[in-house]
Design a protein around this ligand. Structure first.
Ligand SMILES: Cc1cc2nc3c(=O)[nH]c(=O)nc-3n(C[C@H](O)[C@H](O)[C@H](O)COP(=O)(O)OP(=O)(O)OC[C@H]3O[C@@H](n4cnc5c(N)ncnc54)[C@H](O)[C@@H]3O)c2cc1C
Length: 276
């Protein structure tokens, strides 16, 4: 996609927003294989990565202002479909699941390549929104890599969308030590924090629509005309994992510096243990 291919001549109807949404294991149900040191993914329910909920909400708010459509793209095993349905219930218009054994074993580079290829295949995308990080992989690398692969500007830690029109977005980026305001020309990639928007609760109507909606499934072959399929999945992943360890939980210690609070904490603890 050329940098300015999309923004020119865009109007209310054509504005296209892509949300990158990772279906992640439900943290309440996740299990680890202690011997292999890996997450057991088989048969595990996948939900919308919680950090992607504000991304979906922001995209829907932008659509409500500028028109167009919200397309959510995920790369995941087939059970990622339910998370995409949830995204439709929350206001997305279209959902695409990149699912194929040839995408499996991808590191962030191969993941980003597959997602960037899907965006390129869609064409005419005006805005891409991703979450700050995933709750499982947690590298926070994917949206930046997607932007680089598409040759688009990328702003991370976006905590507020100040203004947006068909040619540019003005955003605040919260870097903890300071908040910086950026103006980014569209198309661009915004990587948003949890504060950017409060996710809406899906309505009954939305849930019914989502149940009937078609989640498009794209295989590696579907992208073969615009991508090098050798760059997908394990083949396209230069990362080598030597060892994975699950850290042992350290014994919890509480440090209380205030005397009054300290005495109260000790008394509370003794009472809880039945010693007072
Ligand atoms: C050698 C190796 C093998 C691996 N094999 C597998 C495997 O077989 N199966 C597996 O599930 N994982 C595998 N992983 C993990 C995989 O690399 C990450 O799940 C993936 O690259 C995303 O990185 P992340 O979770 O750190 O996302 P982050 O970069 O932390 O996510 C930031 C944002 O990017 C977007 N995003 C990230 N991932 C996706 C996605 N898949 N779809 C849509 N949007 C996304 C979301 O907006 C998200 O909020 C492997 C990793 C390595 C290093």
């Amino acid at each position: 996609m050329q940098k300015n291919q999309v923004a020119a001549g865009c109007d209310y109807v054509n504005f296209r927003i892509v949300v990158l949404m990772k279906p992640t294991p439900d943290p309440d149900k996740v299990r680890f294989d202690a011997e292999k040191g890996t997450i057991i993914r088989e048969g595990v329910e996948l939900i919308i990565n919680p950090y992607d909920l504000p991304a979906i909400e922001l995209a829907v708010q932008v659509k409500e202002k500028l028109g167009g459509e919200v397309i959510v793209i995920s790369m995941a095993p087939p059970q990622g479909e339910e998370a995409l349905r949830d995204a439709i219930a929350r206001g997305a218009d279209r959902a695409i699941l990149l699912t194929d054994r040839r995408f499996a074993g991808a590191d962030t580079l191969a993941t980003s390549y597959a997602l960037a290829s899907a965006i390129r295949k869609l064409g005419n995308v005006n805005l891409v929104i991703g979450g700050e990080k995933s709750i499982d992989g947690d590298t926070a690398q994917v949206p930046g890599e997607v932007a680089e692969m598409l040759g688009l500007p990328h702003v991370s830690y976006v905590s507020r969308l100040i203004d947006i029109d068909y040619s540019r977005a003005i955003v605040e980026s919260d870097l903890e030590s300071e908040v910086v305001t950026y103006e980014a020309p569209l198309p661009c990639v915004l990587q948003v924090t949890l504060n950017v928007a409060k996710p809406r609760i899906p309505t009954i109507k939305g849930k019914l629509q989502a149940r009937k909606a078609i989640v498009e499934k794209w295989s590696a072959d579907a992208l073969a005309d615009i991508a090098d399929i050798n760059r997908f999945g394990i083949k396209g992943s230069p990362t080598m994992v030597y060892r994975v360890v699950i850290p042992k939980e350290k014994e919890r210690k509480r440090i209380i510096l205030d005397t009054e609070q300290g005495v109260k904490a000790v008394v509370d603890l003794l009472m809880k243990e039945g010693l007072l």
